[in-house]
Ligand binder design. Sequence first.
Ligand SMILES: [Zn+2]
Length: 270
Amino acid sequence: MAPSIDRQGYWGQPTSTLDWCEENYVVSFYIAEFWNTVSNLIMILPPICGAIQTFRDGLELRYICSFLGLAAVGIGSWCFHMTLLYEMQLLDELPMIYSTCVFVYCLYECFKQENSVNLFPIVILFIFSVSVTLVMYGALVACLVMRSVFIVTWVYPWLRALCYTSLGVFMLGFLLWNIDNVFCDSLRASRQSLPPGVGVVTQFHAWWHILTGLGSYLHILLSLQIRSTYLKYRPKVKVCFAYFDILLLNCCFDLMLVIYLLISLFVCPI
Ligand SMILES: [Zn+2]
C-alpha cells in the first residue's frame, strides 16, 4: 500500500464518510483536495450562464431550474472537496438527487402544453428524492437514459449525436471515477515519481467532475432542444462545431467550451 502523504490543513481532520484519492492539503493549506475542488468550475459557471440565457430567452422555468440545479451540484461539490466535512458532503450529494429529479421531470413532460405544471410526477419525484440512496440516484439516471434514447430513436432522430455525445461523455467520466477508486494506491504511487505537471493528469476524480459537468450540460441542452422543437419555437440554437454535429444554445456552450479548454490546460500543463 502506498504511504499516505495527506497533510493537515485549515479545515482540520476530515469528518466526511468519504475521502477521495487525491492527497489532502498538498497544493493549498486552505483547500483539502485542490484539483477535485477547482474542477467544479465547469459545473458552476457555464450553467449559471445557461440559466441567465434561458431566462432572457423567456423559456420555461423548469430549464432555469435545471441549469441552477447543476450549478448547485457544482457549488456543493466545491464545498465538500475543499473542506472534507460531513455537513458539506451532504451539500454535495443532496443537490445531485434534486437536480436529477428536475432533469427527469423536464424529459418526461417535454410533450405537454407550454407552461403546464403536472403535480403527479412532481409528488412522485419528491417522494423519490427524500428516500436518498445511491440506488435511487442510479434509478433516476437510468430513467433519463431510457427516455433520452427513446426520444432520439423514435421521435427526433436528428438529435442522436447530441444525445449519445452527452451519454458517452458521462460514461467516460464514470469510468474514470471507478479507476480512481480501484487503483488509488497505484495512482498515488505513480504521482510520487511523475513530474507534478504530469501527475496532475492522473487526478481522475477531477476528470469525473469535468466530464459529468459537460455531459450534464449537454443533457440539459438536449432536453431544451426537444422541448423547443415540440413547442415549435423558432430555434434559438445555432449549428457549429460541426464535427460533433452538436447544437449549441447561443453563446452559452461556446463560453463553456472556452472554460473547459482553460481548465484542461490548467489541469494538464504540458
Ligand atoms: Zn467529487
